[in-house]
Design a binder for this molecule. Sequence first.
Ligand SMILES: Nc1ncnc2c1ncn2[C@@H]1O[C@H](COP(=O)(O)OP(=O)(O)OP(=O)(O)O)[C@@H](O)[C@H]1O
Ligand SMILES: [Mg+2]
Length: 571
Amino acid sequence: MEAARPHRGLITGSLLLFPLVAVVELAQPWLLKVAIDEHILRSDWVGLTWVAGLYIAVLAVLYALRTVEAYLMQLTGQRVIHDLRETIFDHLLRLEARFFDHNPVGRLMTRVLHDVEAVSEAFTSGLFAVVADLVTLTGVVIVMLWIDWRLALVTFSLMPILLVVATYFRLNARDAYREVRRRLARLNGFLQESLQGMTVVQLFVRERDERERFRGLNTEYRRALFRSTRWEASLYAVVEALGSVALALLIWYGSGRIIAESLTFGALVAFIQYTNRFFLPIRDLGAKYTVMQWAMASSERIFGLLDRAPAIVSPAAPRPRPARTGAPAVELDSVWFAYDGDDWVLRDCSFSVAPGERVAIVGATGEGKTTCARLLNRSYDVRQGRVLVDGVDVREWDLAGLRRHVGIIFQDSVLFAGTIEENLRLGADGAVSPADLARAIETSRAGFVTELPRGLGELLGERGANVSHGQRQLLAIARALVYNPAVLVLDEAMSSVDPESEALIRQAMTGLLAGRTSITIAHRLSTVHAADRILVLHRGRVHEDGTHAELLRHGGLYARLYELQTGAASA
Ligand SMILES: Nc1ncnc2c1ncn2[C@@H]1O[C@H](COP(=O)(O)OP(=O)(O)OP(=O)(O)O)[C@@H](O)[C@H]1O
Ligand SMILES: [Mg+2]
Protein backbone atom coordinates (compact mmCIF):
# COMPACT_ATOMS: atom_id res chain seq x y z
CA MET A 1 0.00 0.00 0.00
CA GLU A 2 3.02 2.28 0.38
CA ALA A 3 3.19 2.22 -3.37
CA ALA A 4 -0.08 4.13 -3.45
CA ARG A 5 1.20 6.96 -1.28
CA PRO A 6 2.49 9.24 -4.05
CA HIS A 7 -0.91 9.00 -5.70
CA ARG A 8 -2.91 10.07 -2.67
CA GLY A 9 -4.40 12.99 -4.59
CA LEU A 10 -5.73 10.78 -7.35
CA ILE A 11 -7.12 8.25 -4.89
CA THR A 12 -8.89 10.88 -2.81
CA GLY A 13 -10.34 12.32 -6.01
CA SER A 14 -11.74 8.95 -7.02
CA LEU A 15 -13.14 8.30 -3.56
CA LEU A 16 -14.90 11.66 -3.50
CA LEU A 17 -16.67 10.80 -6.73
CA PHE A 18 -18.37 7.73 -5.27
CA PRO A 19 -21.08 9.46 -3.21
CA LEU A 20 -21.75 11.76 -6.13
CA VAL A 21 -22.25 8.83 -8.48
CA ALA A 22 -24.46 7.11 -5.90
CA VAL A 23 -26.73 10.15 -5.52
CA VAL A 24 -27.16 10.52 -9.27
CA GLU A 25 -27.78 6.82 -9.65
CA LEU A 26 -30.45 6.86 -6.95
CA ALA A 27 -32.17 9.86 -8.50
CA GLN A 28 -33.24 7.89 -11.57
CA PRO A 29 -35.89 5.57 -10.08
CA TRP A 30 -37.08 8.51 -8.05
CA LEU A 31 -37.69 10.53 -11.21
CA LEU A 32 -39.58 7.58 -12.61
CA LYS A 33 -41.81 7.55 -9.59
CA VAL A 34 -42.49 11.26 -9.94
CA ALA A 35 -43.20 10.87 -13.65
CA ILE A 36 -45.72 8.12 -13.10
CA ASP A 37 -47.48 9.38 -9.98
CA GLU A 38 -47.53 13.11 -10.60
CA HIS A 39 -47.75 13.33 -14.38
CA ILE A 40 -48.66 10.15 -16.28
CA LEU A 41 -51.50 9.11 -13.98
CA ARG A 42 -52.73 12.72 -14.00
CA SER A 43 -52.36 13.09 -17.79
CA ASP A 44 -49.97 16.04 -17.37
CA TRP A 45 -48.04 16.08 -20.64
CA VAL A 46 -46.11 19.28 -20.01
CA GLY A 47 -44.93 18.18 -16.58
CA LEU A 48 -43.98 14.79 -17.98
CA THR A 49 -41.85 16.44 -20.65
CA TRP A 50 -39.98 18.33 -17.93
CA VAL A 51 -39.35 15.20 -15.94
CA ALA A 52 -38.24 13.35 -19.06
CA GLY A 53 -35.78 16.14 -19.81
CA LEU A 54 -34.51 15.97 -16.27
CA TYR A 55 -34.18 12.21 -16.56
CA ILE A 56 -32.03 12.53 -19.65
CA ALA A 57 -29.91 15.18 -17.97
CA VAL A 58 -29.36 12.93 -14.96
CA LEU A 59 -28.42 10.12 -17.30
CA ALA A 60 -25.87 12.31 -19.06
CA VAL A 61 -24.38 13.43 -15.76
CA LEU A 62 -24.20 9.83 -14.60
CA TYR A 63 -22.29 8.70 -17.66
CA ALA A 64 -19.95 11.66 -17.44
CA LEU A 65 -19.24 10.88 -13.80
CA ARG A 66 -18.75 7.20 -14.56
CA THR A 67 -16.26 8.04 -17.27
CA VAL A 68 -14.26 10.29 -14.99
CA GLU A 69 -14.42 7.68 -12.26
CA ALA A 70 -13.16 4.89 -14.52
CA TYR A 71 -10.48 7.19 -15.88
CA LEU A 72 -9.21 8.12 -12.44
CA MET A 73 -9.30 4.53 -11.27
CA GLN A 74 -7.33 3.24 -14.23
CA LEU A 75 -4.90 6.11 -14.02
CA THR A 76 -4.22 5.44 -10.35
CA GLY A 77 -4.01 1.70 -10.82
CA GLN A 78 -1.60 1.90 -13.70
CA ARG A 79 0.61 4.47 -12.04
CA VAL A 80 0.81 2.30 -8.96
CA ILE A 81 1.83 -0.67 -11.12
CA HIS A 82 4.39 1.38 -12.97
CA ASP A 83 6.05 2.68 -9.81
CA LEU A 84 5.91 -0.64 -8.06
CA ARG A 85 7.53 -2.40 -10.97
CA GLU A 86 10.29 0.14 -11.00
CA THR A 87 10.82 -0.23 -7.26
CA ILE A 88 11.04 -4.00 -7.53
CA PHE A 89 13.48 -3.90 -10.41
CA ASP A 90 15.65 -1.34 -8.61
CA HIS A 91 15.66 -3.63 -5.65
CA LEU A 92 16.57 -6.67 -7.73
CA LEU A 93 19.52 -4.75 -9.15
CA ARG A 94 20.91 -4.32 -5.65
CA LEU A 95 20.55 -7.93 -4.56
CA GLU A 96 23.61 -10.12 -4.44
CA ALA A 97 24.52 -13.21 -6.45
CA ARG A 98 23.42 -15.61 -3.73
CA PHE A 99 19.84 -14.36 -4.00
CA PHE A 100 19.78 -15.20 -7.70
CA ASP A 101 21.25 -18.62 -6.96
CA HIS A 102 18.16 -19.38 -4.91
CA ASN A 103 15.45 -17.65 -6.93
CA PRO A 104 14.70 -18.96 -10.40
CA VAL A 105 14.15 -16.43 -13.14
CA GLY A 106 10.54 -17.52 -13.68
CA ARG A 107 9.62 -16.72 -10.11
CA LEU A 108 11.14 -13.25 -10.25
CA MET A 109 9.44 -12.54 -13.56
CA THR A 110 6.14 -13.42 -11.90
CA ARG A 111 6.87 -10.94 -9.10
CA VAL A 112 7.67 -8.09 -11.43
CA LEU A 113 4.92 -8.72 -13.97
CA HIS A 114 2.03 -10.71 -12.58
CA ASP A 115 1.99 -10.00 -8.86
CA VAL A 116 2.25 -6.30 -9.48
CA GLU A 117 -0.72 -6.49 -11.78
CA ALA A 118 -2.72 -8.27 -9.10
CA VAL A 119 -1.96 -5.53 -6.61
CA SER A 120 -3.18 -2.86 -8.97
CA GLU A 121 -6.31 -4.85 -9.58
CA ALA A 122 -6.91 -4.64 -5.86
CA PHE A 123 -7.25 -0.92 -6.34
CA THR A 124 -9.38 -0.80 -9.45
CA SER A 125 -11.69 -3.78 -9.15
CA GLY A 126 -11.21 -4.48 -5.47
CA LEU A 127 -10.88 -1.70 -2.99
CA PHE A 128 -12.38 1.10 -5.07
CA ALA A 129 -15.25 -1.00 -6.33
CA VAL A 130 -16.11 -2.28 -2.85
CA VAL A 131 -16.20 1.23 -1.46
CA ALA A 132 -18.31 2.38 -4.39
CA ASP A 133 -20.71 -0.52 -3.92
CA LEU A 134 -21.02 0.06 -0.21
CA VAL A 135 -21.81 3.73 -0.74
CA THR A 136 -24.49 2.90 -3.32
CA LEU A 137 -25.90 0.12 -1.18
CA THR A 138 -26.24 2.35 1.85
CA GLY A 139 -28.02 4.92 -0.27
CA VAL A 140 -30.39 2.32 -1.70
CA VAL A 141 -31.30 0.95 1.72
CA ILE A 142 -31.99 4.43 3.09
CA VAL A 143 -34.16 5.44 0.13
CA MET A 144 -36.08 2.17 0.19
CA LEU A 145 -36.82 2.47 3.89
CA TRP A 146 -37.83 6.06 3.37
CA ILE A 147 -40.24 5.37 0.48
CA ASP A 148 -41.98 2.49 2.20
CA TRP A 149 -40.41 0.54 5.03
CA ARG A 150 -42.82 -2.42 4.77
CA LEU A 151 -42.04 -2.93 1.10
CA ALA A 152 -38.36 -2.56 1.91
CA LEU A 153 -38.62 -5.35 4.46
CA VAL A 154 -40.09 -7.64 1.77
CA THR A 155 -36.94 -7.14 -0.30
CA PHE A 156 -34.65 -7.41 2.70
CA SER A 157 -36.28 -10.67 3.76
CA LEU A 158 -34.47 -12.37 0.90
CA MET A 159 -31.12 -11.02 2.09
CA PRO A 160 -30.17 -13.93 4.37
CA ILE A 161 -30.85 -16.46 1.61
CA LEU A 162 -28.88 -14.37 -0.84
CA LEU A 163 -25.95 -14.09 1.54
CA VAL A 164 -25.88 -17.82 2.30
CA VAL A 165 -26.12 -18.79 -1.36
CA ALA A 166 -23.57 -16.22 -2.50
CA THR A 167 -21.11 -17.29 0.20
CA TYR A 168 -21.54 -20.94 -0.69
CA PHE A 169 -20.87 -20.44 -4.39
CA ARG A 170 -18.16 -17.91 -3.74
CA LEU A 171 -16.20 -20.21 -1.46
CA ASN A 172 -16.34 -22.97 -4.04
CA ALA A 173 -15.41 -20.61 -6.80
CA ARG A 174 -12.47 -19.45 -4.74
CA ASP A 175 -11.14 -22.96 -4.24
CA ALA A 176 -11.57 -23.63 -7.93
CA TYR A 177 -9.78 -20.43 -8.72
CA ARG A 178 -6.89 -21.30 -6.45
CA GLU A 179 -6.56 -24.53 -8.36
CA VAL A 180 -6.50 -22.53 -11.60
CA ARG A 181 -3.55 -20.53 -10.32
CA ARG A 182 -1.69 -23.62 -9.23
CA ARG A 183 -2.17 -25.25 -12.61
CA LEU A 184 -1.15 -22.09 -14.42
CA ALA A 185 2.04 -21.84 -12.38
CA ARG A 186 2.85 -25.44 -13.28
CA LEU A 187 2.21 -24.76 -16.94
CA ASN A 188 4.38 -21.65 -16.82
CA GLY A 189 7.25 -23.41 -15.14
CA PHE A 190 7.19 -26.24 -17.63
CA LEU A 191 6.98 -23.91 -20.59
CA GLN A 192 9.89 -21.81 -19.43
CA GLU A 193 12.16 -24.78 -18.86
CA SER A 194 11.15 -26.40 -22.07
CA LEU A 195 11.72 -23.29 -24.17
CA GLN A 196 15.06 -22.54 -22.57
CA GLY A 197 16.23 -26.06 -23.16
CA MET A 198 14.71 -26.41 -26.61
CA THR A 199 18.03 -27.27 -28.25
CA VAL A 200 18.60 -30.06 -25.75
CA VAL A 201 15.02 -31.26 -26.19
CA GLN A 202 15.55 -31.52 -29.91
CA LEU A 203 19.02 -32.96 -29.52
CA PHE A 204 17.71 -35.87 -27.49
CA VAL A 205 14.59 -36.23 -29.64
CA ARG A 206 12.38 -35.57 -26.63
CA GLU A 207 9.71 -33.72 -28.61
CA ARG A 208 7.08 -36.39 -28.18
CA ASP A 209 7.47 -36.60 -24.40
CA GLU A 210 7.53 -32.84 -24.09
CA ARG A 211 4.38 -32.61 -26.16
CA GLU A 212 2.66 -35.18 -23.98
CA ARG A 213 3.64 -33.41 -20.80
CA PHE A 214 2.53 -30.09 -22.18
CA ARG A 215 -0.75 -31.55 -23.32
CA GLY A 216 -1.37 -33.02 -19.88
CA LEU A 217 -0.65 -29.75 -18.09
CA ASN A 218 -2.63 -27.75 -20.61
CA THR A 219 -5.66 -29.99 -20.22
CA GLU A 220 -5.49 -29.81 -16.45
CA TYR A 221 -5.40 -26.07 -16.69
CA ARG A 222 -8.42 -25.93 -18.98
CA ARG A 223 -10.41 -28.22 -16.68
CA ALA A 224 -9.62 -26.13 -13.64
CA LEU A 225 -10.54 -22.98 -15.50
CA PHE A 226 -13.83 -24.48 -16.57
CA ARG A 227 -14.68 -25.59 -13.02
CA SER A 228 -14.15 -22.10 -11.71
CA THR A 229 -16.31 -20.64 -14.48
CA ARG A 230 -19.06 -23.10 -13.62
CA TRP A 231 -19.27 -21.93 -10.02
CA GLU A 232 -19.19 -18.35 -11.12
CA ALA A 233 -21.99 -18.91 -13.61
CA SER A 234 -24.12 -20.82 -11.09
CA LEU A 235 -23.81 -17.94 -8.69
CA TYR A 236 -25.06 -15.50 -11.30
CA ALA A 237 -27.97 -17.76 -12.20
CA VAL A 238 -29.05 -18.16 -8.58
CA VAL A 239 -28.87 -14.43 -7.92
CA GLU A 240 -31.00 -13.83 -11.02
CA ALA A 241 -33.54 -16.33 -9.76
CA LEU A 242 -33.63 -14.75 -6.32
CA GLY A 243 -34.07 -11.38 -7.96
CA SER A 244 -37.09 -12.69 -9.82
CA VAL A 245 -38.54 -14.09 -6.61
CA ALA A 246 -38.06 -10.71 -4.99
CA LEU A 247 -39.75 -9.09 -7.96
CA ALA A 248 -42.72 -11.46 -7.72
CA LEU A 249 -43.05 -10.84 -4.00
CA LEU A 250 -42.88 -7.09 -4.52
CA ILE A 251 -45.51 -7.10 -7.26
CA TRP A 252 -47.80 -9.35 -5.27
CA TYR A 253 -47.48 -7.48 -1.99
CA GLY A 254 -47.13 -4.06 -3.60
CA SER A 255 -50.18 -4.47 -5.83
CA GLY A 256 -52.23 -5.44 -2.80
CA ARG A 257 -51.09 -2.21 -1.17
CA ILE A 258 -51.94 -0.24 -4.31
CA ILE A 259 -55.41 -1.73 -4.34
CA ALA A 260 -55.75 -0.78 -0.67
CA GLU A 261 -54.52 2.66 -1.77
CA SER A 262 -51.67 2.76 0.74
CA LEU A 263 -49.01 2.79 -2.03
CA THR A 264 -48.74 4.64 -5.31
CA PHE A 265 -48.06 2.89 -8.59
CA GLY A 266 -44.95 5.00 -9.23
CA ALA A 267 -43.52 4.06 -5.86
CA LEU A 268 -43.82 0.37 -6.73
CA VAL A 269 -42.06 0.88 -10.07
CA ALA A 270 -39.29 2.84 -8.36
CA PHE A 271 -39.03 0.15 -5.76
CA ILE A 272 -38.53 -2.56 -8.34
CA GLN A 273 -35.65 -0.59 -9.77
CA TYR A 274 -34.08 -0.01 -6.37
CA THR A 275 -34.32 -3.71 -5.64
CA ASN A 276 -32.24 -4.37 -8.72
CA ARG A 277 -29.59 -1.97 -7.56
CA PHE A 278 -29.69 -3.70 -4.21
CA PHE A 279 -29.04 -7.22 -5.47
CA LEU A 280 -26.22 -6.61 -7.93
CA PRO A 281 -23.66 -5.11 -5.54
CA ILE A 282 -24.30 -7.89 -3.03
CA ARG A 283 -23.69 -10.45 -5.73
CA ASP A 284 -20.44 -8.81 -6.78
CA LEU A 285 -19.18 -8.09 -3.30
CA GLY A 286 -17.90 -11.64 -3.04
CA ALA A 287 -16.05 -11.45 -6.34
CA LYS A 288 -14.37 -8.27 -5.23
CA TYR A 289 -13.49 -9.81 -1.93
CA THR A 290 -11.74 -12.61 -3.82
CA VAL A 291 -9.79 -10.13 -5.91
CA MET A 292 -8.71 -8.42 -2.71
CA GLN A 293 -7.55 -11.71 -1.28
CA TRP A 294 -5.42 -12.48 -4.30
CA ALA A 295 -4.02 -9.02 -4.20
CA MET A 296 -3.13 -9.47 -0.55
CA ALA A 297 -1.30 -12.69 -1.32
CA SER A 298 0.51 -11.00 -4.20
CA SER A 299 1.49 -7.98 -2.19
CA GLU A 300 2.76 -10.18 0.60
CA ARG A 301 5.05 -11.83 -1.92
CA ILE A 302 6.12 -8.49 -3.33
CA PHE A 303 6.85 -6.98 0.04
CA GLY A 304 8.60 -10.17 1.07
CA LEU A 305 10.91 -9.52 -1.84
CA LEU A 306 11.30 -5.82 -1.11
CA ASP A 307 11.97 -6.52 2.56
CA ARG A 308 14.87 -8.77 1.70
CA ALA A 309 17.71 -6.38 2.31
CA PRO A 310 20.75 -6.62 0.00
CA ALA A 311 23.47 -8.47 1.89
CA ILE A 312 26.35 -7.00 -0.05
CA VAL A 313 26.36 -3.20 -0.06
CA SER A 314 28.87 -0.39 0.13
CA PRO A 315 29.89 0.44 3.69
CA ALA A 316 28.39 3.60 5.16
CA ALA A 317 31.81 5.23 5.15
CA PRO A 318 34.05 3.62 2.51
CA ARG A 319 37.78 3.88 3.26
CA PRO A 320 39.39 6.27 0.81
CA ARG A 321 42.01 4.45 -1.23
CA PRO A 322 45.38 4.77 0.46
CA ALA A 323 48.45 5.92 -1.38
CA ARG A 324 50.39 2.92 -2.56
CA THR A 325 52.26 1.68 0.46
CA GLY A 326 53.73 -1.38 -1.15
CA ALA A 327 50.64 -3.38 -0.25
CA PRO A 328 49.83 -6.28 -2.57
CA ALA A 329 47.39 -5.45 -5.34
CA VAL A 330 45.26 -8.39 -4.30
CA GLU A 331 45.46 -10.57 -1.24
CA LEU A 332 43.44 -13.41 0.22
CA ASP A 333 44.13 -13.74 3.91
CA SER A 334 43.03 -17.02 5.53
CA VAL A 335 39.80 -17.07 3.60
CA TRP A 336 37.06 -19.56 4.40
CA PHE A 337 34.14 -19.69 2.04
CA ALA A 338 31.16 -21.93 1.37
CA TYR A 339 28.16 -21.28 -0.87
CA ASP A 340 25.83 -23.31 1.32
CA GLY A 341 26.13 -24.58 4.86
CA ASP A 342 29.43 -26.27 5.62
CA ASP A 343 30.38 -27.29 2.09
CA TRP A 344 33.64 -25.41 2.27
CA VAL A 345 34.99 -24.45 -1.13
CA LEU A 346 37.93 -22.46 0.25
CA ARG A 347 39.49 -23.48 3.55
CA ASP A 348 42.01 -21.14 5.02
CA CYS A 349 43.12 -20.02 1.57
CA SER A 350 45.84 -17.38 1.39
CA PHE A 351 47.79 -15.82 -1.47
CA SER A 352 48.79 -12.42 -2.69
CA VAL A 353 49.53 -10.77 -5.99
CA ALA A 354 51.99 -7.88 -6.18
CA PRO A 355 51.16 -4.79 -8.27
CA GLY A 356 51.96 -5.46 -11.91
CA GLU A 357 52.42 -9.16 -11.32
CA ARG A 358 50.82 -11.72 -13.62
CA VAL A 359 49.65 -14.72 -11.71
CA ALA A 360 48.00 -17.86 -13.00
CA ILE A 361 45.70 -20.05 -10.93
CA VAL A 362 45.32 -23.66 -11.92
CA GLY A 363 43.48 -26.55 -10.38
CA ALA A 364 41.05 -29.32 -11.16
CA THR A 365 37.47 -28.52 -12.02
CA GLY A 366 35.35 -27.54 -9.02
CA GLU A 367 38.36 -26.60 -6.89
CA GLY A 368 37.12 -23.05 -6.43
CA LYS A 369 39.04 -21.02 -8.99
CA THR A 370 36.02 -19.09 -10.24
CA THR A 371 34.94 -18.72 -6.63
CA CYS A 372 38.17 -16.82 -5.85
CA ALA A 373 37.32 -14.39 -8.64
CA ARG A 374 33.81 -13.88 -7.28
CA LEU A 375 35.20 -13.04 -3.86
CA LEU A 376 37.47 -10.38 -5.32
CA ASN A 377 34.64 -8.20 -6.58
CA ARG A 378 32.30 -9.11 -3.73
CA SER A 379 29.81 -11.11 -5.73
CA TYR A 380 29.96 -13.12 -2.51
CA ASP A 381 31.44 -12.27 0.87
CA VAL A 382 33.90 -14.49 2.71
CA ARG A 383 32.76 -16.40 5.77
CA GLN A 384 36.03 -15.92 7.58
CA GLY A 385 39.29 -14.19 6.79
CA ARG A 386 39.73 -11.19 4.54
CA VAL A 387 40.05 -10.28 0.91
CA LEU A 388 42.21 -7.21 0.41
CA VAL A 389 42.56 -5.07 -2.68
CA ASP A 390 45.31 -2.43 -2.55
CA GLY A 391 45.70 -3.31 1.11
CA VAL A 392 42.07 -2.46 1.94
CA ASP A 393 39.46 -5.04 2.90
CA VAL A 394 36.98 -5.29 0.03
CA ARG A 395 34.18 -4.81 2.55
CA GLU A 396 35.56 -1.33 3.22
CA TRP A 397 35.67 -0.40 -0.44
CA ASP A 398 32.94 1.53 -2.12
CA LEU A 399 31.26 -1.27 -4.06
CA ALA A 400 31.11 0.53 -7.40
CA GLY A 401 34.71 1.69 -6.98
CA LEU A 402 35.84 -1.85 -6.24
CA ARG A 403 34.13 -3.24 -9.30
CA ARG A 404 35.60 -0.48 -11.42
CA HIS A 405 39.03 -1.37 -10.04
CA VAL A 406 38.87 -5.16 -10.34
CA GLY A 407 37.57 -6.34 -13.69
CA ILE A 408 36.61 -9.93 -14.28
CA ILE A 409 36.03 -11.82 -17.48
CA PHE A 410 34.01 -14.87 -16.56
CA GLN A 411 34.06 -18.22 -18.30
CA ASP A 412 30.65 -17.72 -19.80
CA SER A 413 30.83 -14.11 -20.88
CA VAL A 414 27.38 -12.60 -21.18
CA LEU A 415 26.68 -10.25 -24.05
CA PHE A 416 23.46 -8.31 -24.17
CA ALA A 417 20.98 -7.77 -26.95
CA GLY A 418 22.04 -4.60 -28.73
CA THR A 419 24.79 -3.51 -31.08
CA ILE A 420 28.38 -4.66 -30.66
CA GLU A 421 29.36 -1.09 -29.90
CA GLU A 422 26.84 -0.86 -27.05
CA ASN A 423 28.25 -4.07 -25.65
CA LEU A 424 31.79 -2.80 -25.83
CA ARG A 425 30.94 0.46 -24.09
CA LEU A 426 29.17 -1.41 -21.29
CA GLY A 427 30.31 -0.08 -17.94
CA ALA A 428 33.01 2.18 -19.31
CA ASP A 429 32.76 5.58 -17.67
CA GLY A 430 33.38 8.76 -19.54
CA ALA A 431 33.67 9.17 -23.25
CA VAL A 432 35.00 6.30 -25.32
CA SER A 433 36.28 7.62 -28.64
CA PRO A 434 35.95 5.59 -31.84
CA ALA A 435 39.75 5.41 -31.81
CA ASP A 436 39.63 3.74 -28.37
CA LEU A 437 37.13 1.22 -29.70
CA ALA A 438 39.26 0.52 -32.76
CA ARG A 439 42.32 0.02 -30.59
CA ALA A 440 40.44 -2.33 -28.28
CA ILE A 441 39.26 -4.34 -31.25
CA GLU A 442 42.73 -4.54 -32.65
CA THR A 443 44.35 -5.50 -29.38
CA SER A 444 41.67 -8.07 -28.69
CA ARG A 445 42.07 -9.53 -32.20
CA ALA A 446 38.33 -9.18 -32.67
CA GLY A 447 38.98 -8.24 -36.29
CA PHE A 448 35.96 -10.21 -37.41
CA VAL A 449 33.86 -7.27 -36.31
CA THR A 450 35.16 -5.05 -39.09
CA GLU A 451 34.19 -7.69 -41.63
CA LEU A 452 30.58 -7.79 -40.48
CA PRO A 453 28.14 -6.01 -42.83
CA ARG A 454 27.33 -3.38 -40.25
CA GLY A 455 30.61 -3.49 -38.34
CA LEU A 456 30.25 -2.15 -34.82
CA GLY A 457 26.58 -1.47 -35.48
CA GLU A 458 25.86 -5.17 -35.96
CA LEU A 459 23.06 -6.29 -33.69
CA LEU A 460 23.76 -9.08 -31.24
CA GLY A 461 20.93 -11.43 -30.35
CA GLU A 462 19.90 -12.05 -26.79
CA ARG A 463 22.94 -13.30 -24.83
CA GLY A 464 25.01 -12.90 -27.99
CA ALA A 465 23.30 -15.81 -29.66
CA ASN A 466 24.41 -14.94 -33.20
CA VAL A 467 28.18 -14.93 -32.70
CA SER A 468 30.34 -17.98 -32.14
CA HIS A 469 31.68 -18.96 -28.78
CA GLY A 470 35.20 -17.86 -29.66
CA GLN A 471 33.96 -14.56 -31.04
CA ARG A 472 32.03 -13.98 -27.87
CA GLN A 473 35.25 -14.45 -25.92
CA LEU A 474 37.09 -11.98 -28.13
CA LEU A 475 34.31 -9.45 -27.67
CA ALA A 476 34.43 -9.97 -23.92
CA ILE A 477 38.14 -9.25 -24.01
CA ALA A 478 37.58 -6.15 -26.13
CA ARG A 479 34.93 -5.05 -23.67
CA ALA A 480 37.39 -5.49 -20.79
CA LEU A 481 39.97 -3.43 -22.68
CA VAL A 482 37.48 -0.61 -23.02
CA TYR A 483 36.49 -0.95 -19.36
CA ASN A 484 40.20 -0.83 -18.53
CA PRO A 485 40.33 -1.96 -14.88
CA ALA A 486 43.53 -1.75 -12.86
CA VAL A 487 43.35 -5.40 -11.82
CA LEU A 488 42.04 -7.97 -14.21
CA VAL A 489 40.86 -11.47 -13.49
CA LEU A 490 40.50 -13.66 -16.52
CA ASP A 491 38.61 -16.90 -16.22
CA GLU A 492 39.53 -18.72 -19.40
CA ALA A 493 37.11 -20.94 -21.17
CA MET A 494 39.35 -22.62 -23.66
CA SER A 495 37.85 -26.02 -23.82
CA SER A 496 35.31 -25.15 -26.46
CA VAL A 497 37.35 -23.38 -29.13
CA ASP A 498 39.58 -24.71 -31.89
CA PRO A 499 43.38 -24.30 -31.77
CA GLU A 500 43.33 -21.43 -34.23
CA SER A 501 40.84 -19.40 -32.22
CA GLU A 502 42.69 -20.37 -29.11
CA ALA A 503 45.87 -18.87 -30.50
CA LEU A 504 43.88 -15.76 -31.40
CA ILE A 505 42.34 -15.50 -27.98
CA ARG A 506 45.70 -16.06 -26.38
CA GLN A 507 47.18 -13.15 -28.33
CA ALA A 508 44.20 -11.06 -27.35
CA MET A 509 44.73 -11.93 -23.72
CA THR A 510 48.39 -11.08 -23.87
CA GLY A 511 47.41 -7.68 -25.19
CA LEU A 512 44.83 -7.32 -22.47
CA LEU A 513 47.15 -8.25 -19.65
CA ALA A 514 50.07 -6.11 -20.75
CA GLY A 515 51.05 -3.65 -18.01
CA ARG A 516 48.30 -4.74 -15.67
CA THR A 517 48.05 -6.70 -12.47
CA SER A 518 46.36 -9.87 -13.57
CA ILE A 519 45.13 -13.20 -12.39
CA THR A 520 44.51 -15.74 -15.10
CA ILE A 521 42.50 -18.78 -14.23
CA ALA A 522 44.07 -21.21 -16.65
CA HIS A 523 42.37 -24.33 -17.83
CA ARG A 524 45.17 -25.44 -20.11
CA LEU A 525 48.55 -25.68 -18.50
CA SER A 526 50.26 -25.20 -21.82
CA THR A 527 49.28 -21.57 -21.54
CA VAL A 528 50.64 -20.57 -18.16
CA HIS A 529 54.34 -20.23 -18.97
CA ALA A 530 53.92 -16.53 -19.49
CA ALA A 531 52.77 -16.02 -15.89
CA ASP A 532 55.23 -14.66 -13.33
CA ARG A 533 53.91 -17.11 -10.78
CA ILE A 534 51.56 -20.06 -10.73
CA LEU A 535 49.23 -20.98 -7.86
CA VAL A 536 47.90 -24.51 -7.70
CA LEU A 537 44.54 -24.66 -5.94
CA HIS A 538 43.79 -27.94 -4.24
CA ARG A 539 41.34 -28.84 -1.48
CA GLY A 540 40.37 -25.24 -0.87
CA ARG A 541 43.84 -23.76 -0.46
CA VAL A 542 46.97 -22.89 -2.39
CA HIS A 543 48.80 -26.18 -2.57
CA GLU A 544 51.82 -25.06 -4.60
CA ASP A 545 53.15 -21.64 -5.48
CA GLY A 546 56.02 -20.79 -7.81
CA THR A 547 57.17 -20.27 -11.38
CA HIS A 548 56.61 -22.89 -14.01
CA ALA A 549 60.20 -24.11 -13.78
CA GLU A 550 60.16 -24.21 -9.98
CA LEU A 551 56.96 -26.18 -9.84
CA LEU A 552 58.15 -28.67 -12.43
CA ARG A 553 61.33 -29.15 -10.44
CA HIS A 554 59.33 -29.55 -7.25
CA GLY A 555 57.66 -32.55 -8.85
CA GLY A 556 54.31 -32.09 -7.08
CA LEU A 557 50.73 -31.77 -8.22
CA TYR A 558 51.51 -29.23 -10.91
CA ALA A 559 54.25 -31.36 -12.40
CA ARG A 560 51.84 -34.29 -12.54
CA LEU A 561 49.06 -32.23 -14.13
CA TYR A 562 51.48 -30.77 -16.63
CA GLU A 563 52.81 -34.13 -17.63
CA LEU A 564 49.29 -35.45 -17.98
CA GLN A 565 48.12 -32.61 -20.21
CA THR A 566 51.14 -32.13 -22.42
CA GLY A 567 51.59 -35.88 -22.64
CA ALA A 568 47.99 -36.23 -23.78
CA ALA A 569 48.47 -33.38 -26.24
CA SER A 570 51.53 -34.90 -27.91
CA ALA A 571 50.06 -38.38 -28.04
N1 LIG B 1 26.48 -20.46 -7.18
C1 LIG B 1 26.87 -21.57 -6.54
N2 LIG B 1 26.11 -22.07 -5.55
C2 LIG B 1 26.49 -23.19 -4.90
N3 LIG B 1 27.61 -23.85 -5.14
C3 LIG B 1 28.42 -23.40 -6.11
C4 LIG B 1 28.08 -22.24 -6.85
N4 LIG B 1 29.07 -22.01 -7.74
C5 LIG B 1 29.97 -23.00 -7.56
N5 LIG B 1 29.59 -23.83 -6.58
C6 LIG B 1 30.38 -24.97 -6.08
O1 LIG B 1 31.61 -24.50 -5.58
C7 LIG B 1 32.67 -25.32 -5.97
C8 LIG B 1 33.74 -24.50 -6.69
O2 LIG B 1 33.20 -23.98 -7.89
P1 LIG B 1 34.03 -23.08 -8.88
O3 LIG B 1 33.10 -22.60 -9.92
O4 LIG B 1 34.76 -22.05 -8.11
O5 LIG B 1 35.05 -24.14 -9.50
P2 LIG B 1 36.16 -23.91 -10.59
O6 LIG B 1 37.45 -24.22 -9.94
O7 LIG B 1 36.00 -22.58 -11.22
O8 LIG B 1 35.79 -25.06 -11.64
P3 LIG B 1 35.94 -25.06 -13.24
O9 LIG B 1 37.36 -25.35 -13.54
O10 LIG B 1 35.06 -26.17 -13.66
O11 LIG B 1 35.49 -23.73 -13.74
C9 LIG B 1 32.09 -26.41 -6.83
O12 LIG B 1 32.00 -27.57 -6.04
C10 LIG B 1 30.70 -25.93 -7.20
O13 LIG B 1 29.80 -27.01 -7.21
MG1 LIG C 1 35.37 -21.98 -13.05
